[in-house]
Design a protein around this ligand. Structure first.
Ligand code: ZN
Length: 88
């Protein structure tokens, strides 16, 4: 284990964290930033919407993204709304 310096992908703050060889590199300074960053993910959201249109179930879509089917449903609703607003 060693202490390494990282830069938060969301708030751009430099932070220190404990690094373990088995762990992935941390890219967010806090859980808060991670959640915030994941909330805004147009690429993923568009992909989810596309999969849904192709007829996949919420459960099938949720699995590879490690999110809940309920979250998938919310993302689809949000993305549809976003597209609608965007085209106006
Ligand atoms: Zn941060």
């Amino acid at each position: 284990m060693k202490i390494v310096k990282g830069k938060c992908k969301y708030c751009k703050k430099v932070f220190l964290y404990k690094s373990y060889p088995s762990c992935m590199t941390r890219v967010y300074c806090s859980r808060h930033c991670q959640i915030k960053a994941q909330r805004i993910n147009p690429e993923r959201d568009m992909e989810i919407l596309r999969l849904r249109k192709e007829g996949f179930t919420l459960v099938q879509i949720a699995y590879p993204y490690r999110i809940t089917p309920e979250r998938v449903r919310q993302i689809i609703l949000k993305t549809k709304k976003y597209i609608k607003n965007d085209s106006l």
